[in-house]
Design a protein around this ligand. Sequence first.
Ligand code: GLU
Length: 465
Amino acid sequence: MVRTRIAPSPTGFPHIGTVYQALFDFAFARRHDGQFIVRIEDTDQARFVERAEEKILEALDWFGLTEDESPRKEGTYGPYRQSERLDIYKKYVHELIEKGHAYYCFCTKERLTEIRAQMQKEKKIPRYDRHCRTLDPQQVQQRVDAGESYVVRMKIPDNETIVVPDGLRGEVKFQSAIIDDQVILKSDGFPTYHLAVVVDDHLMQVTHVLRGEEWLSSAPKHILLYRYFGWEAPQFFHTPLIRNPDKSKFSKRQGHTNVSWYQQEGYVPEAILNYLALMGWTHPQQKELFDLHEFISLFDFKDLKPLGPIFDLKKLQWMNGQYIMRMKEEVLKKKIVAFYADKHLDETIVEQSVPLIKERIKTLKDYYDIAGFLFEAPTTYEKDPAEHRQLVQAMIDRMQSVQPWQADVIGEAMQRLATEKEIKFGIFFMVLRVALSGKKITPPLNESMELLGKEECVRRLQSLA
Ligand code: GLU
């Protein structure tokens, strides 16, 4: 049975990198009739952010990557929030102590700072000096019983090569000499990430772990913990860091790491998923556009490439435009109405405008730039129509006689007027377009005029004549 998971920490906004991982986890689990789990790793209480968990789950829903098990969808392996599993971790920490793979450490912060400084002075890699690893077991028990503050550290073996099998890079080797005797239980009774992730992935029967390569250096500690417990480790896939087109790190400073940025900018989730799927993976027929359903039928972790994926917003914009263009008009209408909920757009106008604009917008946010004049008269003009007062007056007069008020009829009447006045169509229609919309570029003009209605067109022109 395939079981995948994301294990986000609720420390901020929902990150697009989390969605990237969720997409692969979700697709792989679906393809194999397995389960996709969300476990909340909230062991770092200092970094806890209110509502972060809720926002992560909402983001998954928005993308259609809703999980099978999570704090809001309890399965048989809960609880799914680490802060609710403290007793479980304690039990396993004690097991490690009893087996001699972990030890109590009573060193104070001051002492740790001191040895760190000393080692730095000696140009050594700063590490814990294992002072408490050799304390007398009886004394240790007495100090624990007396209520002295402690942490628990795992023992890292001397001079061993620890092999991390990684589905993207093969065997990655680490020398134990550079690994610290990692704290696994903190003085506040909370486990550290390393212990909790191993215990939970095991107890939740996770089979495949996909995560960012920033966790690769932690993996040898995890491999050791699996060995100490006598458990089989899941398969690991550490994905390369996402980069900007100039190869710099895809950082938080640019808003576009935050899922809500995409929502505000009018991207549609289907396009984002399609785009993310192509970062590190290629379609067997080199297709660029495919939906989630198709991706699920094709995706395998083993086809991921260990190459730094580039996040190119221009490409995503293009893809978003492609999705909008191909979307059912009814669906696009609903998305536009929802996107501009606070403007309370007239739904009939939105509906009628959709065929005119769907090939011209890349994001939902482009809609109002191009179609806003259908809802409100312009207040600024990209070209001054006042220069053409007489022509505008002639247009008004001609409009009065257009019957019925239909795009083709309007178009013919206006062309006739231009011909009579011996004005080039280019100039004539530019004047008309700017006068009605304020803009030099709009959706097809005749259809837009039909939509606006005769009265409104005349009113707008009159304000200029
Ligand atoms: N809690 C870690 C994070 O925030 C999870 C890392 C992992 O997937 O093991 O990314």
